[in-house]
Design a protein around this ligand. Structure first.
Ligand code: FES
Length: 229
């Protein structure tokens, strides 16, 4: 079962405590029902006091520049692109941005092992929020850090050249596409764009619709290295 896809990232962070609390719940071995009861209890408490909107306002009094709004990250040049087999977290190819609760992918065109081509590829990239930089042909993506199974924060593993959730093992490719494990779909992703040479991420616009890929929709070749727990 997945986290509630009806909620915005901000609501999810408030009601569940975000990835950190969910990770703790998962580590303690609590059931999904207990997790939902806990989230529901908090939601009722929030509604009983001043309502969810007021709670969101309390947690996020001014969203400008904060999670839930458009966030300006670093200059594009701060994110060194790499071939997909050479990704190293915070060195090349993949970068963690805590303010946006996101991983920024920057993939070279020559180093991308595409399984699709032509209009099929571009349509699928559009559906999965890929951004192509016309200046140099590289590809960008902003992935939400939360595992779509039960909400743990998913680390990028250099040894796996992919994301591997520490809670129940869900496994995602460098572009967030589902590989294996209990996750019901691929990682969620934000809309991103460039402005005056800077990387911008709209953390108020989360795409939660990328399903487990099949041969007609999987964009990138899967990692060839084994990835153990
Ligand atoms: S929270 Fe269960 S696999 Fe990530």
């Amino acid at each position: 079962m997945s986290i509630d896809t009806k909620r915005t990232p901000q609501e999810y962070e408030v009601l569940s405590g975000g990835g950190a609390e969910s990770a703790e719940v998962a580590r303690r071995g609590l059931s999904r029902r207990q997790l939902l009861r806990r989230a529901t209890g908090l939601g009722v408490a929030l509604a009983a006091t001043s309502g969810t909107y007021a709670a969101l306002t309390m947690f996020y009094p001014n969203l400008a520049g904060q999670f839930g709004s458009i966030i300006q990250l670093k200059a594009k040049t701060a994110y060194k692109p790499a071939a997909q087999k050479d990704f190293l977290i915070d060195e090349q190819g993949m970068f963690y941005e805590p303010l946006a609760k996101s991983y920024i992918m920057h993939l070279t065109a020559a180093g991308a092992q595409f399984l699709l081509s032509g209009v099929t590829l571009t349509n699928q990239q559009d559906a999965e929020n890929w951004l192509k930089d016309d200046a140099d042909g590289t590809y960008w993506l902003a992935l939400y850090q939360v595992c779509v199974h039960l909400g743990c924060k998913v680390p990028f593993r250099n040894d796996c050249v992919s994301f591997k959730c520490p809670c129940h093992g869900s496994h995602y490719n460098i572009d967030g596409e589902y590989l294996d494990g209990p996750a019901p779909r691929s990682l969620d992703r934000f809309v991103m764009f460039f402005s005056s040479g800077n990387v911008m991420v709209n953390t108020g616009k989360l795409n939660q619709t990328v399903q487990r890929p099949d041969t007609s929709t999987r964009i990138l070749a899967v990692p060839t290295v084994a990835c153990h727990a």
